[in-house]
Design a protein around this ligand. Structure first.
Ligand SMILES: [Zn+2]
Ligand SMILES: [Zn+2]
Length: 311
């Protein structure tokens, strides 16, 4: 048995840089004990977030990297706050190094005053590998491999539940290390094929993401940052994993020892529980046993298309 906590992940947006018909860009909400933290805030996220909670009640927002599909809706969030910013409950907005200057530039581009964002948000810049706290959660940014500086975000609560959001990254040992023994590993599955990427690699395929989850001993991998047109393909792989189906499906040989694979869609909720130490050891010793407690998932099928990568 796993001991459960109240940490909850809600998918707000699972799309990549190219806008999708049925999902905002990147946005994943983590909630526990009155703390609500949004991991990334890409376009479309804040409007969609309103169907889950009042965005003005966010305790904080953390931006993993400064591509538009991961931070541009900070502008939308700002317009929900009082003009002079004089109010309780200002959200902590944690940015990558150099992020404050970038936001000031964005404010000017929007014909707003340079202090537009800091008037309403408590802005801060994190440093690589230095943890910080937002409410009841501790967050540790670790550098990844992308076209611009980018960080994975490891989120922990006081009971040891551990969520790792990889953000945008190519397959790298740094991602494998970050995801090690995660209770929930949110992994990008942007590419249909390695051929779509640059040789230096800035994104992952589904197979690479699941392979990293397997190698890291993550209990549950949630695939995100993908074009909607590829959802059926991702669902088939997840289904093959969970049913143990078919040696004829090549992906099943890759994922056979991952406890659970889910596909991110807006509105999907996943409860995250910390494995007990004894359970962790048991899971390590018996890789087949880790049928984790699944969040129920409804999967919209046959959605219209839109494709393309990057971001
Ligand atoms: Zn992206
Ligand atoms: Zn990116």
């Amino acid at each position: 048995m796993w001991e459960r906590t109240t940490v909850r992940l809600t998918v707000i947006g699972s799309g990549p840089a190219a806008p999708q018909p049925d999902s905002p860009a990147s946005g994943h909400l983590v909630q526990v004990d009155g703390t609500a933290v949004l991991l990334d805030c890409g376009y479309g996220v804040v409007g969609r977030l309103r169907s889950t909670m009042d965005p003005r009640s966010l305790t904080g927002v953390v931006i993993g990297h400064l591509h538009a599909d991961h931070f541009l809706d900070l502008a939308a969030l700002r317009y929900l706050h009082p003009w002079d910013g004089a109010h309780d409950g200002r959200p902590a907005v944690w940015l990558p190094p150099g992020g404050r200057t970038r936001l000031t530039g964005l404010a000017r581009m929007m014909s707003e005053r340079p202090t537009f964002f800091e008037d309403a948000f408590d802005l801060a810049e994190y440093r690589s590998d230095e943890s910080f706290a937002i409410g009841a959660l501790a967050i540790r940014p670790t550098p990844m491999q992308h076209y611009v500086p980018a960080w994975a975000l490891t989120v922990s609560d006081g009971t040891g539940a551990r969520l790792v959001y990889g953000g945008d990254t190519g397959p790298t040992d740094m991602l494998s290390e970050a995801a090690r023994s995660a209770d929930l590993f949110i992994a990008e599955a942007t590419l249909a094929s390695v051929d779509e990427d640059e040789p230096s690699r800035g994104h992952c395929t589904m197979e690479e993401a699941i392979g990293i989850a397997k190698g890291s001993g993550a209990r549950h991998v949630l695939l995100t940052h993908y074009p909607s047109a590829r959802r059926a393909e991702l669902l088939a792989a997840a289904s093959a994993t969970m049913t143990g189906a078919s040696s004829g499906v090549s992906i099943s040989t890759v994922v056979e020892s991952v406890a659970q694979v889910s596909i991110a869609v807006p509105g999907l909720e996943v409860e995250i529980s910390a494995a007990t130490e004894s359970a962790r050891k048991a899971a390590t010793a018996s890789e087949a046993a880790t049928a984790s407690e699944a969040a129920s998932q409804s999967w919209p099928m046959g959605l219209p298309d839109a494709s393309t990568i990057s971001g």
